[in-house]
Design a protein around this ligand. Structure first.
Ligand code: BES
Ligand code: MN
Ligand code: ZN
Length: 485
């Protein structure tokens, strides 16, 4: 869907979208003679102008559909709901062009840019494999014109938010694709193609290169798969030369069967999105490069497939990580932490980051704790946790702080090695985070985001339909902007 900005309404046929702030109906004044009929229609649909609410009417002038979208009384904060709701209503409606008239609605340029972002995100779909869609099931809306926004809104969209929309689209494509299509090598290929001309520097390690680095934890996970592992490294150097980078690290398990500790059949297909952390990292890197951020950022994704096989690692095996720690693999299904352990070590050794944030669909226990609303944030630094939570609130990708501590850490001591890869069932997300923390070096500010509950949704939300949500892209982009530029 194409977004444009204009000073006045277009000519020809289009659906008119008007924001309505609660009981304030001033925005309807422009309807002239049609106003009374539209108000009656809205009332009969029990529309109260509440954020996310909507009502429709058809007016004679231009035989036009008028869509009222509620913005409540929260002003700029309702931007996302306005853009998302408008598109959700019109995407399959038969309308091809929508004109959203913000005249007099009081939105800032930034908020108008966010309206465009939410509209674009909500229009995203992936119909590649749906060859038999009926005409009525196909989207019709191809154009959205935003009318009457402040002068700087268009630049805000093209320079700040459109890159974020493009990043999120890459993330969602990778998360949506099945695991016979997206595996470590093809994940890298897709990223290379999407990042062409972005200014990102890309480097890729294959299996033998990782062996040279001694990445026994990551490579152990990969043993059961015919797909070769990869470590994908992306650099954006938009900040001052020599400033330590922010590092973003992603779990990229392109399919998680559990390995020899195999998962039950029911629902296993959802483990195609066990690369959602890595997906968010590549999307965020594309967004950061696209808006030419004045920051140094490095993205590192550990990409493997976790399969059962004669060559697969067994429960009880002991592997040695890149930083020399021995790990007893109690459960081959706790593979994400093994992948991240080596990705974290590599990142610290290569880039000496000032801050390190990892994202992973790490534990089912996280979904039990927080459901699908918040992702969990674990951190060794209160300021970092607060900065991430603030970015979460501002971007819509919300985070809830979870604890870490000595007593939890003791639960992953192994009787035969330095550490074991699972603790007891209770507090499973926390012991997983403790495992990661054992690989974080002294003095490095680190946060771990367990995104298991939020990368995929079984129901539509404001900025997505059922399916891949793109969680993490807006969050990381916002975090980088707020803390580094
Ligand atoms: N990828 C899963 C976590 C997961 C489960 C994400 C459900 C989303 C939905 C992870 O690799 C895993 O299998 N974790 C195990 C850990 C356990 C064996 C300690 C889990 O959560 O059951
Ligand atoms: Mn697993
Ligand atoms: Zn997993």
């Amino acid at each position: 869907m194409q977004i444009s900005f204009a000073g006045s309404r277009p000519t020809g046929s289009y659906a008119l979208i008007l924001p309505v702030a609660g009981s304030n109906r001033d925005s309807l004044a422009s309807l002239g003679e049609e106003r009374a009929a539209v108000e009656t229609a809205a009332r009969s649909q029990r529309f109260e102008g509440e954020a996310g609410g909507s009502a429709e009417a058809f007016v004679e002038e231009g035989a036009r559909r008028v869509l009222l979208v509620g913005t409540g009384t929260n002003g700029d904060a309702s931007a996302e709901k306005l853009g998302g709701t408008a598109v959700a209503k019109l995407l399959l409606s038969g309308e091809t062009h929508g004109a959203l008239d913000l005249s007099g609605a009081g939105f800032s340029a930034d908020a108008a840019g966010k309206v465009a972002l939410a509209a674009t995100l909500r229009a995203w779909r992936y119909d590649r494999y749906r060859t038999k869609l009926k005409d009525k099931q196909k989207p019709t809306l191809t154009e959205l014109t935003i009318v009457g926004a402040p002068a700087d809104a268009e630049a805000r969209w093209t320079e700040r938010y459109q890159p974020v929309a493009k990043g999120a689209a890459l993330t969602r494509e990778l998360v949506t694709e099945p695991a016979n299509v997206i595996y470590p090598e093809s994940f890298v290929d897709r990223c290379r193609a999407a990042m062409e001309g972005s200014g990102l520097e890309i480097e890729v390690l294959d299996g033998p290169a990782m062996e040279q680095h001694g990445m026994g934890a990551l490579l152990g996970v990969s043993l059961g798969s015919v797909r070769e592992p990869r470590l994908l490294i992306m650099r954006w150097n938009g900040g001052q030369d020599g400033t330590a980078p922010i590092a973003l690290i992603g779990k990229g398990v392109t399919f998680d069967t559990g390995g020899i500790s195999i998962k039950p059949a029911a629902g296993m297909e959802s483990m195609k999105w066990d690369m959602g952390g890595a997906g968010a990292v590549v999307g965020a890197m594309l967004a950061i490069a696209g808006r030419k951020a004045k920051a140094n950022v490095v993205g590192v994704c550990g990409l493997v497939e976790n399969m059962p096989d004669g060559k697969a690692q067994r429960p009880g095996d002991v592997v040695t990580s890149m930083n020399g720690q021995t790990i007893e693999v109690i459960n081959t299904d706790a593979e994400g932490r093994l992948v991240l352990a080596d990705a974290i070590t590599y990142t610290q050794q290569q880039f000496s980051p000032k801050v390190m944030v990892d994202l992973a669909t790490l534990t089912g226990a996280m979904v039990i704790s927080l459901g699908h609303e918040f992702a969990g944030v674990f951190s060794n630094d209160d300021q970092l946790a607060a900065d991430l939570q603030a970015a979460g609130t501002a971007s819509g990708d919300k985070l809830w702080r979870m604890p870490l501590g000595e007593a939890y850490d003791r639960l992953i001591d192994s009787p035969i090695a330095d550490i074991k890869n699972v603790g007891p069932r209770e507090g499973g997300s926390i012991t997983a985070a403790q495992f990661l923390q054992r690989f974080v070096e002294e003095g490095v500010k680190w946060a771990h985001l367990d995104v298991a509950g939020v990368v995929w949704s079984d129901k539509p939300g404001t900025t997505y339909d059922k399916g891949a949500t793109g969680f993490g892209v807006r969050l990381l982009d916002q975090f980088v902007e707020a803390t580094a530029g």
